[in-house]
Design a protein. Structure first.
Length: 138
């Protein structure tokens, strides 16, 4: 295929984007050089450059002359929601106002809240995670 094939550079951009979002390159970390990426993926440097230009245009990476290409914090995809799980020992006592406050704050930030009541006396635990927890099947 010709150098800079649109399919190839878009495929590489998608792969690098997944790596950035997946934490392979945390925000501020330097990505491999264009030459290294070209060798690793069997592509031309021009194709790699085009892929990096796509990522720079959307804000996923920052290109610094003479320093390299650096991952940036990537906002979640449009429509994505964050999720908070709140684990409480009981439903009564002072917890209803706590839950009401968390729900009010969550509503302003497109965050979903899951409340779990354990029934056991323990401290309040609040967890924040990007994706729903993985549930083992079996």
């Amino acid at each position: 295929m010709a150098t800079g094939d649109p399919i190839k550079y878009l495929q590489l951009a998608a792969e690098l984007r997944r790596g950035i979002r997946g934490g392979d390159w945390p925000p501020g970390s330097r990505l491999p050089t264009e030459v290294q990426l070209a060798a690793a993926h069997g592509l031309s440097v021009n194709t790699v450059r085009r892929a990096l230009e796509v990522l720079a245009g959307e804000g996923s990476v920052e290109r610094r002359q003479g320093a390299g290409t650096f991952a940036r914090s990537v906002p979640p995809p449009p429509g994505a929601r964050r999720r908070i799980a709140v684990v409480l020992p009981e439903r009564d006592w002072y917890f209803p106002p706590v839950i009401a406050g968390i729900e009010a704050a969550a509503a302003h930030t497109r965050t979903t809240i899951d409340v779990h009541i354990t029934g056991f006396p323990c401290q309040v635990l609040v967890f924040r995670f990007r994706d729903p927890p993985k549930v083992a099947s079996g």
